[in-house]
Design a protein around this ligand. Sequence first.
Ligand SMILES: [Zn+2]
Ligand SMILES: [Zn+2]
Length: 267
Amino acid sequence: MTILGSNMTHNGMFTESSFHFDTDRVEIDPLDDRKRKPVDLAQARGHTAVVKYLERELHKRKSLFPRIDIWQLVFGPAGNSKGPLLFFLCSVFLWGYPMYLFRCVPLTWDDHPNIHTFFLTTNAAMWASLIAAHSLDPGFLPRNTNEYHQTIRQITNLEKWREDRNPVFRLCHTCRTVRPLRAKHCRVCNRCVLHFDHHCPYIYNCVGLYNRIWFLLFSAMVAINCSVTVYFAFACIWKEGWTLLYVAGLLEAIFFCGLGWILAGST
Ligand SMILES: [Zn+2]
Ligand SMILES: [Zn+2]
């Protein structure tokens, strides 16, 4: 029932809390001692956003059909999963590169030497940007700051501040810090990140202020490489016909190509 406290009217906190209810499968219909559900309390207090969220969530949980989360299928499950990165590495090293070296190069190098040189260059750039995006600090905020403790001490004096200027709404109690605007707490890294965009399982890191340019370059390089791979797959098919190997390679290239362009476009 605590979810219906006065803080829930603040939009940022509501969005963050609803994310936790959704991913952690928190019970959302327990009764209080007067047999009221959270949705009844929210209605009584006029928290329309909370009412809408709870009704939608209850409907989803009662549904007979399993929920298919497209975002999760493409970007991997919530939490600290290495699955998507391993899937990407395995498909490149165990399938993509062997196919390129042993089938594509002998068949097409003489016809398209410039495209091959371009492809090798963009591959080098892809690995360099992946390493940079993965290993750079995305902009983690310092934990346990003096500013946080000062704000906590002054909390009663801050009530009349305007919401957008009030540091109370930007407190992160997990990191014990006051978040600047556009900083957010990443649930996977369990840290607040400057200019938080999202936590990307393909680079196995957050995308934030200091590594987003590398992430953008990585996504663009994946998209370009996969577009060239699609071209190579058609070049091989042109020479040797529609074999199962080329069709599988073509489908895989189209999948990563789409993913790369989506990631590059949405950052
Ligand atoms: Zn935090
Ligand atoms: Zn993260």
